[in-house]
Design a protein around this ligand. Structure first.
Ligand code: NAX
Ligand code: ADP
Ligand code: K
Length: 491
């Protein structure tokens, strides 16, 4: 399990550890890891041209000390000081190691900081910031970390835009500057990193879009923090193996779980076929299809394994592709019954905020969640964690908000995020596969939170396997589920 903690939790853990170790230890641990990661990113250190963007706090301190280490190993390191309060000892360490320090104004380019530079010639012949950035192999973002508010100040924005314009990769220290660290929101301009090196634990912005995309891959350096339970978690391969309901010697098709599927319609028969494929690619022992005869025939033609018509089930998946054939009173009956339910797409219209629905897993995309909360879609997309939590609380259901990063929020406040999907998964019917798969996991006995998070992980893993960086169809994702599962279970 990967964990993401809030800034407040990180600060408390840091204070606790700092009281027990010599001053500066944590920053040295962070800077050492950062220097190694930058060197690995560059594929070597000697002769590499490294530009550090330095703000006013300890984030800049990390970058300066890492820069000093790189300079000692032969890199040409220049720090652009964006604030006159840059970390003094870090700046001194860089200067001593042979690095250069310059100050910057957005329009006139840099001028050497006479109090900080080791190179007196730099005062008389400053290189323009643009030239510095253009010829850099990497730009290191030490503007702000967990102390930052969203947005970049004009000087920082100008330099970051130069790096973007010249296509120079940016490695972010702890967090890409400008994002909202505790929510993953990006209301203001921010750094888009090629790689983010973080310390102690992940932060929420590393997991939740749009900020997660701005982080690029995230590499975690252990600095020895002792942390409380996380606000947000993200399952890893070992968690899938731990949580997946693997059958055993005594299992039969009923004990493995029977799923009822109330999906698809004469308007959208394909949704029924696709959701059934997703369900059969999961752990369930049997699938019962409930719907119009013509649709049941289409499902049976694709999947002779299914049983058509009602009967005992351990869970329901309801809603994908129901279109106009939505029977809201019947769906409400099933929501109130004791079997857990995955509620998808059109079925979400049956949700009301009166009942106790703790065993329901609702699987909206941003547009559907926006309708449930009576806000617009762009608002949900910009503030994904907030709105997933809000809906979980208001409707007393576990909410799985689909998207490039999928957020699963349970009504008791637990949140999991799936970050391993490929954008190729944004294809018609992919949501139907997920609904069937999550239903399968619920029927096999997982809680809505586990079913949603294991389902999202397997769905994305199957998509990656089917895609290999090329186009996929929903059916090819479903078809890849058994192989992806086998791989993740270590088979
Ligand atoms: N907390 C920890 O466990 C550790 C923190 N370390 C580093 O320290 C960082 C936190 O340092 P600080 O608390 O000094 O804070 P930052 O360096 O993140 O920010 C410094 C200051 O920048 C100003 N600021 C805020 N928003 C801004 C914006 N949008 N544009 C420009 N300036 C802005 C504020 O005055 C803020 O206090 C971490 O991100 C990490 O890089 C590491 O040295 C190791 C351990
Ligand atoms: N940019 C993206 N990157 C990765 N996965 C995505 C992206 N956009 C959407 N997805 C995933 O693709 C699936 C699309 O589901 P959905 O929106 O319900 O489509 P449909 O209704 O056509 O089935 C979801 O699992 C979602 O998380
Ligand atoms: K940063």
């Amino acid at each position: 399990m990967r964990s993401a903690h809030t800034v407040e939790q990180v600060r408390a853990a840091e204070a606790d550890l700092m009281a027990r170790v010599p001053e500066g230890t944590l920053m040295q641990r962070a800077a050492t890891g950062l220097a190694v990661a930058i060197s690995n990113f560059l594929g070597g250190t000697y002769g590499a041209r490294v530009v550090l963007l330095i703000g006013s706090g300890d984030n800049g301190g990390d970058a300066l000390y890492a820069g000093a280490r790189l300079a000692r190993r032969g890199a040409q390191v220049t720090a652009v000081l964006l604030s006159d309060k840059a970390h003094r000892a870090g700046a001194e360490a860089l200067r001593t190691a042979g690095g250069r320090l310059v100050t910057s104004t957005p329009l006139t380019g840099p001028s050497a900081d006479p109090s900080a530079t080791a190179d007196p010639s730099a005062t008389t012949a400053p290189t323009a910031v643009a030239d510095l950035i253009r010829s850099a192999d990497v730009v290191v973002d030490g503007i702000v970390g967990i102390g930052g508010r969203p947005g970049l100040r004009p000087k920082a924005l100008a330099v970051v835009q130069l790096a973007e314009r010249f296509g120079v990769p940016i490695v972010a220290v702890d967090t890409p500057s400008g994002v909202d660290v505790d929510t993953g929101e990006t209301p203001e301009p921010h750094v888009n990193a090629a790689l983010t090196i973080t310390f102690g634990t992940h932060k929420i912005c590393h997991f939740i879009d749009p900020a997660a995309t701005a982080c690029g891959p995230v590499h975690l350096i252990d600095i020895g923090l002792d942390l409380p339970p996380a606000e947000v978690e993200s399952l890893q391969t070992s968690d899938i193996a731990r949580l997946y309901p693997v059958p055993h010697g005594e299992s039969d098709k009923y004990s493995r779980g029977v799923l009822g599927l109330m999906v698809g319609s004469t308007q959208y028969p394909g949704a029924a076929v696709i959701a059934t494929s997703g369900a059969l690619g999961g752990p369930v022992g049997m699938v019962r299809y409930v719907g119009p005869d013509a649709v049941a025939e289409a499902v049976r033609a694709a999947h002779p394994e299914i049983v058509a018509g009602e009967g005992r089930v351990q869970a329901w998946a309801i809603g994908s592709g129901l279109g106009d054939e939505l029977d809201i009173p019947r769906i409400r009956e099933l929501l109130d019954a004791e079997e857990p339910v995955v509620l998808d797409a059109d079925g979400l219209k049956a949700l009301d905020d009166s009942g106790d629905h703790f065993d329901v897993l609702a699987t909206p995309h941003a547009g559907e969640l926006a309708r449930l909360l009576d806000v617009d879609r762009a608002t949900v997309e910009a503030e994904r964690l907030k709105h997933a939590r809000l809906a979980a609380e208001r409707y007393d259901v576990t909410v799985l908000l689909k998207g490039s990063t999928t957020v699963i929020a349970s009504p008791d406040g637990q949140v999991r995020v799936n970050t391993n999907a490929t954008p190729w998964l944004a294809t018609a019917g992919a949501g139907d596969v997920l609904a069937g798969l999550c239903g399968s996991l619920l029927a096999a006995g997982l809680t809505p939170l586990d079913a949603g998070s294991v389902g999202a992980y397997l769905h994305a893993a199957a998509a990656n396997l089917a895609s290999s960086s090329g186009p996929i169809t929903a059916m090819s994702v479903a078809a890849a589920l058994p192989e992806a599962t086998r791989y993740l279970l270590g088979g």
